[in-house]
Design a protein around this ligand. Structure first.
Ligand code: A3P
Length: 320
């Protein structure tokens, strides 16, 4: 059945979005119990949109005084970005959270960087309420590339989770995943509604929500790191600029550097090998896996859904 070949299933719709059903209690717990601090920065994204990269960049930028990016003992040289920045909803799903009945994130020192895939409407109120001080950085990506990335990732995840690793279940085809994706049926989907929620929030509260685009980060990583630093309240000083610290952050967090680190070649997360988070890291790989007809169909669905929002996917420099 498709469910076993296209995990995580079963999915259940809640508040207009699809969630992995076993995960819904954690989503509700995070919303009810997470207590944001004014210095928190939440890194938000739809899956496979550059979360790992954003985690690395934000971590290296925010903690550069304690951990200079050129330092040979930098945490990102020893730990996968997902081990440096935890997911909000996973923290509320972990056995530790259940046992303590509390919030394992509460133990983290300030300023905290915390990630989430939750749609904006499901983010805890203690974060989204105006005047709480804490901030959100969202990264969006072309839905076609997010879909292809998800398909590739799912294959690796299935192989990793297989009871018989040499004989994993046959993964779903890209066509099967495409049909589900177009229908909005994937974790945290529909993708375009996920993006729109944060886009609108960034228009309403630009001082609270920074909206980044994966394609623009690829074109101008240093410019986007400067934007990130300014937004997080840790702008690069003249001295740091002269020393090329923003460039060092970009270099440390580049696909080439991270992919080749021992921890990312051989380490694991709960559900997958770390290496699965670093694949190609380009814009437009969808064209190697989807037909022009498929692309046109998805583009149309997205275009219709975004009508009147003032938002369009892609690099804004290319559309102006
Ligand atoms: P591809 O599968 O298209 O290569 P997420 O981190 O949200 O799971 O997204 C994963 C996508 O980000 C993958 O895209 C992955 O290769 C890409 N990625 C991971 N690290 C990156 C980096 N340092 N720079 C650019 N892209 C990166």
């Amino acid at each position: 059945p498709l469910e076993t070949r296209c995990p995580p299933y079963p999915l259940r719709q809640h508040g207009g979005f699809w969630f992995s059903e076993p995960f819904l209690p954690a989503v509700a717990a995070a919303r009810a119990r997470f207590e944001a601090r004014p210095s928190d920065v939440l890194l938000a994204s739809f899956p496979k949109s550059g979360t790992t990269w954003l985690k690395a960049l934000a971590f290296a930028t925010l903690h550069r005084a304690d951990h200079p990016p050129r330092g040979l003992d930098h945490p990102l040289r020893r730990r996968n970005p997902h081990d440096c920045v935890e997911f909000l909803e996973e923290a509320f799903a972990s056995p530790a959270a259940k046992d303590s009945g509390g919030d394992v994130l509460a133990a983290l020192p300030s300023p905290r960087l915390i990630a989430t895939h939750l749609p904006y409407t499901h983010v805890p109120k203690s974060v989204t309420t105006e005047g709480t001080g804490c901030k959100i950085v969202y990264v969006c990506r072309d839905p076609k590339d997010a879909l292809v990335s998800k398909w590739q990732f799912t294959k690796k995840r299935l192989a990793f989770a297989a009871a018989a690793p040499d004989n994993p279940p046959k993964p779903c085809t890209v066509d099967e995943m495409f049909e589900l994706f177009c229908d909005g049926r994937c974790t945290y989907g529909p993708q375009w509604h996920h993006v729109l929620g944060y886009w609108e929030a960034s228009r309403r509260q630009p001082e609270k929500v920074l909206f980044l685009r994966y394609e623009e980060m690829l074109r101008d990583p240093v410019g986007n790191v400067r934007k990130l630093a300014e937004f997080m309240g840790c702008v690069f000083s003249g001295k740091e600029e002269a020393a090329g610290v923003a460039e060092d952050v970009v270099e440390l967090c580049s696909m080439d550097t991270l992919k080749n680190m021992e921890v990312n070649k051989n380490g694991t997360q709960n559900s997958v090998k770390n290496e699965a988070f670093f694949r190609k890291g380009v814009a437009g790989d969808w064209s190697n896996h989807m037909t022009p007809e498929m692309a046109a169909r998805l583009d149309k669905i997205v275009e219709d859904a975004l009508q009147g929002s003032g938002f369009a996917f892609g690099d804004t420099a290319e559309s102006t």
